[in-house]
Design a protein around this ligand. Structure first.
Ligand code: KG4
Ligand code: ZN
Length: 343
């Protein structure tokens, strides 16, 4: 039986998202609401996020169906993120999808959020502009607020984790340093903008784990180094000049470390046919440029899906479900519980 149209739900962090895909991965419709309330609180508050998902989800699903010109009865398969992520949101989204599946007598499939991120570049529309369809194996660097890891994607369902952060994610580092510099949350985009006005050689900052074997990441030492440099200014506001120089120097240090880690990852996955980045931090132009030059040196393409597919969304969950179902798997995960951690 056809598994499409397939309806997917993503609620693992602070974005409530729903998408409907057809058999070849065409997105029939999608809807996404980023919760605004966390900005004032300087980060995602899990309990608030879970309640907001619960408030929004029914209308969001209806809207997605309406946009596709479909009714619930037309949906052949339901999917939702079942981990990793904030447990409250995972419970809300996966139970809602399971409820819809049960009510329609259709199957439910639970999807790993990370798998969604790293398979998304294979979505037919993801790299359409580059005219490329991505084949296995490839190297995926997932850099966001929630995740920071390097994965060799060997085929659907077969992944080799080459390394990950031993403390903060790259996004957290950007957000924390942005906060020290008096910028809002999330801080990455504001920090990048400020950095364009600064001198990236003004301050010498550490390059944690640079040159080290493997491809683990560490950012807390870098963050601490920035806070030490700020300390002498006490409560007085940093001058624009100092803040811009710190932003630029920090960003350069992150890009240096990432480029080094990508080099090491490619040494561990020499068969990789492409270097792919995903996650919110992939928006950073300095980082992109550095990773692009690493890929060039290895004579493989550097690929980044459009930002709306790089950050959390439900299309990626729907696509990962289609890839799994295409392998002939027909799981019915209706009794599977969501998991906050899911390596
Ligand atoms: O993927 P994402 O939207 O959400 C998850 O964390 O899953 O990533 C958000 C992160 C935030 O930490 C944000 O500061 C960072 O991505 N970010 C950036 C930029 N745009 C977003 N970091 C550096 N430069 C940017 N331009
Ligand atoms: Zn994510």
């Amino acid at each position: 039986a056809s598994v499409t149209p397939l309806l997917a739900i993503e609620t693992s962090c602070d974005d409530t998202a729903c998408a409907i895909l057809d058999a070849n991965g065409t997105v029939l419709s999608e809807a996404l609401l980023s919760q605004e309330s966390h900005a004032a609180l300087g980060g995602v508050v899990p309990e608030i996020a879970a309640r907001a998902h619960l408030d929004i989800l029914p209308n969001l699903v209806d809207l997605t169906l309406e946009r596709a010109g479909l009714t619930l009865g037309d949906i052949a398969h339901f999917a939702a993120t079942t981990g990793p992520g904030l447990i409250g949101g995972l419970i809300v989204g996966s139970n809602y999808a399971k409820g819809l599946a049960l009510s329609q007598g259709k199957p439910f499939i639970g999807i790993n959020h990370i798998e969604g991120h790293i398979l998304t570049p294979r979505l037919p529309s993801a790299l359409a502009d580059e005219g490329i369809t991505l084949s296995f194996p490839y190297l995926a660097m997932l850099v966001s607020g929630g995740h920071c890891q390097c994965v060799s994607v060997e085929e659907t369902g077969h992944y080799r984790r080459l390394g990950g952060t031993i403390d903060d994610s790259a996004g957290e580092a950007f957000d924390k340093v942005a906060k020290m510099l008096g910028l809002g949350w999330p801080g990455g985009p504001a920090l990048e903008k400020l950095a364009t006005e600064g001198d990236d050689t003004a301050y010498s900052l550490p390059r944690p784990l640079k040159g080290r074997d493997g491809c683990d990441f560490s950012f807390s030492g870098l963050k601490t180094a920035v806070s030490r440099l700020i300390e002498p200014y006490g409560k007085a506001a940093l001058s624009h000049r100092v803040a811009a120089d710190l932003a630029a120097s920090f960003q350069r240090a992150v890009a240096d470390v990432m480029a080094d880690r990508a080099e090491h990852a490619l040494a561990l996955a020499p068969q990789a046919t492409a270097l792919v980045v995903a996650g919110g931090v992939a928006a950073n132009r300095t980082l992109r440029a550095r990773l692009e030059s690493v890929a060039e040196r290895h004579a493989i393409p550097f690929l980044a899906p459009p930002l709306r597919l790089c950050t959390d969304n439900a299309v990626m969950i729907g696509w990962a479900a289609l890839e799994r179902l295409a392998q002939g798997e027909r799981p019915n995960d209706i009794t599977i519980a969501p998991r906050p951690r899911w390596p």
